[in-house]
Design a protein around this ligand. Structure first.
Ligand SMILES: *Cc1c(COP(=O)(O)O)cnc(C)c1O
Length: 398
């Protein structure tokens, strides 16, 4: 017998669930890329993206995934030989760091491990020690999708100001944009990268670099920016193709337009609140499961947990066993552990992650919690009883 037939649910932290509305918007004949509807539609998309990012400055679009946005950002503000301070709270920060290193940039790394957020005092200390202001940028993830740690970006800005240091603040919001509250201008972020396949509910393939005038002035002194990554022509195109450095990602744009409409119909504040409520249902369930047995949230303090993704440990082998059981019996696919390997658990089999970003609602979250509980019972993994009740109560409390 199989119980998996029915609507499947990819509950991994990206790509996220694609709304039917977005899929329908993409199902159309190829549009003209020289004139007409598509061409008229793009300036509005840029404006709406800026609104979601909380910036009145600039947004460059790339036909790329998140890694492309990382490289685009670095290529515009960093030269080979420059120095950056990388603040790591998981795999994704390290990934961005390795990428800029390959571009010849010198990395100074403050690693805060896989359970705790960035310590702003350590950042001020590191910048105070940089008397000649050789550090050109501070790079951090808002949410690190591997650990599900959410960093306090306003506190990070204060830490940089405290040291009176001119470094650019560059933030990766690929996991968090339109899930966790983020306000670029208000928070003093100079450059932010995002992609379309997480909170923005569109299939992978478009990435965004938001930047302010301070970052653009740094761009002026960057000598190595390639034609393709250069953000200038993308934010001030003279001809339509310059928005994308070539052919527009036609169907992605229709999908994104629809997703942005969905966000504006719901209103961004409410989108953030929905993510918060649904995340709190997961946390309530994990708290109860963890009262007995091996299940543990990766981030202890709720202040530092993302509303977009949850990483948990469940004892060596059990993470993989649970994920496989879920696929085979429930139609739910959970995310693998990333960057959690240790000598006892080289393949991170004791970890899993749940994506709750974008197009998610009460029944999806309660369905996953119920399905996990079923898996824990079927696999004889000890756990506290009453998780679903706790999750229900968390949502009912509003
Ligand atoms: C998903 C993600 C990335 C990588 O994006 P890709 O589209 O896979 O290249 C980078 N950073 C964060 C925080 C992410 O969540």
């Amino acid at each position: 017998m199989t119980l998996t037939n029915g609507r499947s649910y990819l509950a991994i932290p990206g790509p996220s669930v694609i709304p039917d509305r977005v899929l329908r918007a993409m199902h159309r004949a190829a549009p003209n890329i020289y004139t007409g509807e598509l061409v008229d539609m793009v300036p509005g998309i840029v404006e709406d993206l800026k609104e979601i990012a909380g910036t009145r400055h600039h947004c460059a679009i790339y036909v790329a995934n998140g890694h492309g946005a990382w490289e685009a950002a670095a290529s515009n503000v960093l030269n080979a030989g420059d120095r950056v301070l990388l603040l790591a709270t998981g795999t994704f920060a390290h990934g961005w760091g390795e990428m800029v290193q390959r571009l010849g940039v010198k990395l100074e790394v403050l690693d805060f491990g896989i359970h705790d957020p960035i310590d702003p005092k350590a950042v001020t200390r590191a910048l105070n020690a940089d008397k000649d202001h050789r550090i050109k940028a501070v790079m951090a993830t808002h949410v690190d999708t591997a650990t599900s740690i959410k960093n306090d970006i306003p506190a990070l800005r204060l830490a940089i100001n405290e040291a009176n240091h001119p470094a650019l603040l560059m933030v990766d919001c690929i996991a968090s944009l339109a899930c966790d509250r983020f306000e670029m201008d208000k928070w003093g972020v100079d450059l932010m990268v995002a992609a379309c396949q997480k909170g923005l509910m569109t299939p992978p393939g478009m990435a965004f670099v938001f930047f302010n005038d301070k970052a653009d002035r740094v761009r002026e002194n960057c000598t190595g920016t390639s034609w393709y990554w250069d953000w200038r022509s993308r934010v001030e195109p003279e001809i339509f193709y310059q928005y994308f450095g070539g052919t527009a990602p036609t169907h992605h744009l229709y999908g994104l337009r629809e997703a942005l409409d969905m966000i504006s119909e719901e209103r961004l504040e409410q989108v953030w609140k929905r993510h918060e409520a649904l995340a709190s249902a997961y946390w309530a369930a994990f708290e109860v499961w963890g009262q007995l047995g091996p299940l543990k949230l990766n981030v202890k303090d709720p202040r530092w947990r993302s509303n977009a993704v949850t990483a948990a440990s469940i004892g060596v082998q059990n993470g993989t066993r649970l994920r496989e059981w879920m696929v085979g019996n429930t139609g739910v696919t959970l995310g693998i552990g990333l960057g959690m390997s240790s000598p006892e658990d080289p393949d991170a089999d004791g970890f899993f992650r749940i994506g709750h970003m974008g197009h998610v609602n009460t029944h999806m979250v309660l369905g996953v919690i119920g399905a996990i509980e079923t898996g824990l019972c079927a696999l004889d993994i000890p756990h506290g009883k009453g998780a679903l009740d706790a999750a229900v109560a968390a949502i009912a409390a509003g």
